[in-house]
Design a protein around this ligand. Structure first.
Ligand code: C2O
Ligand code: CU
Length: 485
């Protein structure tokens, strides 16, 4: 069955077509919006309704021998994983048991704008003690995640995977492991709100230069991010007490790797193994083998590995910062390497987005852009302000496009740091010289570098475009792409 792409359930009946949603008792017939020349891409639906529940609340979590109080989805970090199949209608009953208002953004799900979870733009904030019923159809499979669209809450424990299975997945693997990396300070070092206050105070000129002595604080602001963290985690565990992932030698494992950090780019590797990278941000790529991989905040990569016999750390090394995060893969006997062990796979140049191409059938139709727009990234540490096209979000003029148009964003970076730029509600295609770059929703733009991305305006609304460094987003590096049907 085909339905209009991405419109949410209560209004997604196409002209004169009644959808037989078996589990959907309250489907009502409405007329399709006037789409004039705009014809949305159809979505194959499964006809299935999934009812999910999610709660945000204060929680005590064990980081591996160290119990901290933080905010989480449920009682662990990462929080409660949600899972569905592409084409499912999903209802998430969300309850906010935090002492403050919050929001939930479904990062990577190109769903209807009203469900996008950006307070003040798409979806109202959920007050302390309040609840919100999300209701959307998921168009695309992939490794996705969710978090508050309140950046300083993201730097606490509020993040979790959202895995969307492909109904046509060939499934050529024996098992699957989800690996979520995070940079951690809450309850160990300075709180995210205090760090932000220090960064902003520094820009005022008076309060700068506090040395946090590795307890969570300001960093140099080069490519290593703006904040030093006392801990880096894989699946909520410190490197001294990592999670063990057990399997048998010879098994093929699908790794779903998510960087949920606020301020840390990682290079990842599995000791003794090559990673065959198969997807990024949910979309298939031409598979490519690598010893190590660079992953920015908000990005996801899937990889297949065939396991050897023994004990092998999966290590995530923070770019430009001290320490590591890790999990342990165990398929046989052997001693566990020291908590600081870095596999030799991390010594070479990591794979980056620049050498990836879209898998056959997933590229956008080749098409000259109807509109080309600039997204110039600026700002710096001296005056703690980060901008797009010279303005912070408060003063930004949103980009616009017309529904149905092909658009190109020319992203340029005039700063000394990488910025992971994320667009809501769409996947774009990375421009590649002489080829077809991967489909993604988040792209690392290198220091003093540039990236062109192409998109089709097939999901009308007000869509955030921003840096996924939580501190940069909070300090202004956000704008929007707005269009109506
Ligand atoms: Cu993952 Cu606007 O964010
Ligand atoms: Cu940034």
């Amino acid at each position: 069955m085909k339905v209009t792409r991405r419109q949410f359930a209560s209004g997604f009946l196409g002209t004169g077509v009644l959808l037989g949603l078996s589990a959907c008792s309250n489907a009502v017939s409405t007329s399709a919006p006037d789409t004039a020349s705009f014809s949305p891409t159809p979505v194959a639906t499964t006809g299935r309704l999934r009812k999910l529940v999610l709660e945000a609340r204060p929680a005590q979590v064990d980081l591996g021998g160290r119990v901290v109080t933080t905010w989480a989805y449920g009682d662990s970090i990462p929080g409660t994983m949600l899972r569905a199949t592409a084409g499912d209608r999903v209802q998430v009953a969300f309850k906010n048991n935090l002492p403050v208002p919050t929001s939930v953004h479904w990062h990577g799900l190109a769903i209807s704008n009203a469900m996008d979870g950006v307070p003040g733009v798409t979806t109202s904030e959920t007050p302390a003690g309040g609840s919100f019923d999300f209701d959307f159809v998921i168009p695309d499979a992939g490794t996705h995640w969710f978090h508050p669209h309140h950046p300083m809450q993201l730097d606490r424990g509020l993040y979790a995977p959202f895995i969307v299975d492909d109904p046509h997945e060939p499934g050529a693997y024996d098992t699957e492991w989800i690996l979520v990396m995070d940079d951690w300070t809450d309850g160990v070092g300075t709180s995210p709100d205090q760090i932000l206050a220090q960064l902003l105070a520094k820009s005022g000129g008076g309060m700068g230069g506090m040395d946090m002595g590795g307890m969570g604080g300001m960093d140099m602001g080069a490519d290593g991010g703006d904040v030093t963290y006392p801990l880096y985690l894989v699946n909520g565990r410190a490197p001294s007490d990592p999670q063990t992932l057990a399997a048998k030698p010879g098994q093929r494992v699908r790794l779903r790797i998510i960087n949920s950090s606020a301020d840390t780019i990682f290079t990842v590797a599995l000791a003794g193994h090559d990673l065959q990278i198969t997807h990024t941000d949910g979309y298939p790529i031409q598979p490519v083998s690598t010893a190590s991989l660079r992953i920015g905040m908000g990005e996801r990569y899937d990889a297949i590995v065939t396991l050897k016999d023994g004990v092998f750390p999966f290590v995530a090394e923070p770019l430009g910062k001290l320490g590591i995060a890790r999990a342990l893969v165990r398929t046989g006997g052997g001693a566990v390497p020291a908590a600081s062990f870095k596999p030799s796979e991390l010594t070479g140049e990591p794979l980056t987005v620049a050498s990836l191409s879209a898998a056959a059938g997933t590229a956008l139709q080749p098409r000259e852009p109807d509109t080309t727009q600039d997204l110039a990234l600026g700002g710096g540490m001296a005056n703690y302000e980060w901008t797009i096209n010279g303005a912070t979000y408060q003063n930004a003029t949103p980009l616009t496009i017309k529904a149905g148009q092909a658009g190109r964003l020319r992203i340029t970076n005039a700063t000394m740091m990488s910025h992971p730029i994320h667009l809501h509600g769409h996947t774009f295609q990375i421009g590649a010289a002489g080829g077809t770059g991967p489909r993604k929703d988040t792209v690392l733009v290198p220091p003093m570098g540039a990236v062109n991305v192409d998109l089709v305006a097939d999901n009308p609304g007000k869509w955030m475009v921003h840096c996924h460094n939580a501190y940069h987003a909070e300090a202004g590096m956000m704008t929007r792409l707005d269009y109506a049907t």
